[in-house]
Write a protein that binds this ligand. Structure first.
Ligand code: BES
Ligand code: ZN
Length: 455
């Protein structure tokens, strides 16, 4: 066994302790009450970078939450990788559904439970552990490294684009590396080459000026909750197709080759649906579950509220109803054009007697990269070496808003090498990260730097 691999195996507990330390900081980017914790987390990550051997690390202020920037440029002549990740996390609520506290990381059955354990602190810390190992064993890294660890990914990376544009020259690199995606199964390493985009909206429907007695007024005026129900029902047809005009016009169809390759992937469709707890699969006709969640666009209500939702019955005709509705997009759908078409469709579906407001919260451009790129091939070799298994090439359904920006602003190839599992409960109570993913992923990262130096 080589010295690097041996070091990685011998220091597993320490690497896990480093991860636990950052997981104890509640860096919830969406909640203003946690702004100080978000900053404290950025300072903590920057300090940790210095400890492991990254010579330059700073916390950079933005108009939103700070960015952690680090660099180590001690490998002249070797390629430079730009590692991107996020230290912010999703809100932990509802708290009562957690078996152990979200910000008190706890090990159970070979898994580490905490908010951010997988998404994305666990995956960022695989890289920091891999770098620590290289520094400890060789005194250096095989490649030059720049790090951008941001604090607003979970709220749409609103201020990151300005940072990237402003720091464009300083961020010059040969490849972007990101670990914030999943693998097909616990022992099936996967390289991701496409992500979906997003349009996140809010639809607000107002009827009467105040809540009304539903006996006195029911039947005489339009009920905004009823009207909202009608709007939502009209946004998709019985076959699961979105009815927004032109929605599918720019969707890049799956090629026969791609569909065939997807069918060959070791994806456990029945297990995936079973694990979700849903009674069965449902989606757009003519597509497999894997195609539906990665290569097809979709529309979902994320939340809705109106009227009386307390205990018992209250006869009331509400004055207001609202829903948060998001659309996952695929290449080559354009978020702003889709939003405009969505708004027009909502207005078309709204019945007379209510006023409708459609808000655009944030968006993400869909992302796709060439899996045949030499940098991707380097990642492929690193995964094959660390898992002793042929990696799968996959598309994924989630979004990382900055990926398209990296492509546009910096014009660089990207490696999405992630180790999450479908039962990690990211964004939900009891988020966890499997220790097999954490330790196996750390090894993959350590080997990746060696392979990139050869690419
Ligand atoms: N790590 C996820 C993205 C992801 C999820 C990639 C699943 C592949 C599979 C990321 O942290 C995330 O949740 N992103 C948000 C972005 C949104 C807030 C703009 C998402 O996809 O909802
Ligand atoms: Zn996330």
């Amino acid at each position: 066994m080589d010295a690097l691999t041996q070091y990685l195996d011998q220091n597993r507990e320490r690497f896990l302790d480093d991860l636990k330390a950052v997981l104890r900081i509640p860096s919830v980017s969406a909640q203003p009450g946690h702004a100080a914790d978000v900053r404290r987390c950025a300072e903590h990550v920057a300090a940790h970078l210095r400890t492991i051997g990254i010579t330059h690390a700073e916390v950079v202020d933005t108009k939103g939450h700070p960015v952690v920037y680090g660099e180590w440029l001690g490998a002249p002549g070797a390629p430079t990788m730009l590692l991107y990740g996020h230290y912010d996390v999703q809100p932990p609520e509802p708290l009562e559904l957690w078996n152990t506290k979200p910000f008190e990381p706890t090990e159970r059955d070979g898994k580490l439970y905490a908010r951010g354990a997988c998404d994305d602190k666990g995956q960022v810390y695989m890289h920091l552990s891999a770098m620590a190992a290289h520094f400890a064993v060789n005194g250096r890294l095989p490649v030059n490294v720049k790090l951008v660890i941001e604090g607003e990914e979970e709220v749409g990376s609103e201020h990151l684009e300005a940072f990237l544009r402003q720091w464009k020259d300083r961020l010059a690199a040969d490849v972007i590396v990101v670990s914030d995606t999943s693998m097909l199964g616990p022992d099936q390493p996967s390289l991701c080459y496409a992500l979906r985009g997003l349009v996140y909206t809010q639809v607000e429907v107002t009827g009467p000026a105040r809540d009304l007695h539903s006996g006195e007024f029911g039947g005489a005026v339009m009920n905004p909750a009823n009207a909202l129900g009608q709007i939502i029902a009209g946004l998709k047809d019985a076959d699961g197709r979105v009815t927004v005009k032109g929605f599918y016009d720019t969707v890049r169809p799956l090629t026969d080759l791609e569909r065939a390759a997807m069918r060959e992937l070791p994806f456990d469709e029945a297990g995936f649906i079973r694990e979700s707890g849903a009674p069965g699969p449902f989606g757009e006709n003519g597509f497999s579950t894997l195609e539906r969640i990665t290569a097809r666009p979709t529309l979902d209500v994320n939340g809705m509220w109106s009227g009386y939702i307390g205990e018992g019955a209250k006869t009331v005709l509400p004055s207001f109803a609202a829903a948060k509705i998001s659309m996952r997009l695929v290449p080559d759908q354009e978020p702003n054009a889709i939003f405009r078409a969505f708004e027009a469709r909502v207005r078309e579906l709204a019945q007379a007697g209510v006023t409708v407001k459609v808000i655009h919260h944030h968006g993400a451009v869909p992302f796709m990269t060439d899996p045949g790129h030499p940098m991707m091939q380097a990642a492929y070799r690193a995964l094959a070496r660390s898992w002793s298994k042929k990696p799968s090439l996959i598309r994924e359904g989630g979004s990382i808003p900055v990926m398209a920006t990296f492509q546009q602003v910096l014009g660089l190839p990207s490696i999405l090498m992630g180790f999450g599992l479908h039962d990690d409960q990211v964004h939900a109570p009891n988020e966890k990260y499997s220790l097999t993913s954490f330790h196996g992923g750390t090894k993959s990262c350590a080997y990746l730097y060696e392979e990139l130096a050869r690419a």
